[in-house]
Design a protein around this ligand. Sequence first.
Ligand code: COA
Length: 177
Amino acid sequence: MDILIRKELTEEYYKTEKVVKKAFLNEEYSDKKEHQLVNRIRKLDAFIPELSLLAIDQDNEIVGHILLSKITIVNDDKTVESLALAPVSVIPEHQKKGIGSQLIHAALKKAKEIGYHSVIVLGHKDFYPKFGFKQARLWNIQAPFDVPDEVFMAIELTENSLKNVQGVVHYSNAFSE
Ligand SMILES: CC(C)(COP(=O)(O)OP(=O)(O)OC[C@H]1O[C@@H](n2cnc3c(N)ncnc32)[C@H](O)[C@@H]1OP(=O)(O)O)[C@@H](O)C(=O)NCCC(=O)NCCS
């Protein structure tokens, strides 16, 4: 499906959140509150407007959204900046048409362009490896909560950027409310 991917504008925040809510409506494991997560992230330092991207269809409607926000990976007194990919949303009637994949590719590209070196995701174990994500455990990067190894993944945006990085991921407060 032909879509345009571009940065979200401030005046689109509310519309985007409605799209996020709609995207998760049929998801069994979802708490149906992902749109509130997006809203909370926007209010924090963790928010990077350049990494809040929209998929726009030919009628100029928002059909998908992705957000990458700041996190840290902490090991004793060493803290490394990284990004969390969460959430990515495509409205149900346009899922499985490649839009989610395009949003992920675009967001990873942009994150690299603006100087980030890695991204962490908690998500479908068969979906994210298509973009190069691998189990975070390979670098000894752990989630701050109990989660199966295969769903907690990381990607290096620049070569060997996680080589000497290990520790526990610290999410922004938006994730714990
Ligand atoms: C998860 C989600 C973002 C993926 O977006 P999407 O646009 O449906 O994803 P894509 O179409 O790019 O890829 C999904 C599948 O469709 C396949 N696909 C891609 N392009 C396709 C096309 N043109 N025609 C048919 N299938 C296609 C992909 O290969 C992929 O296959 P898989 O099911 O074997 O992994 C979307 O389904 C969604 O919003 N789900 C609800 C919210 C959610 O769970 N978000 C993720 C957790 S944060």
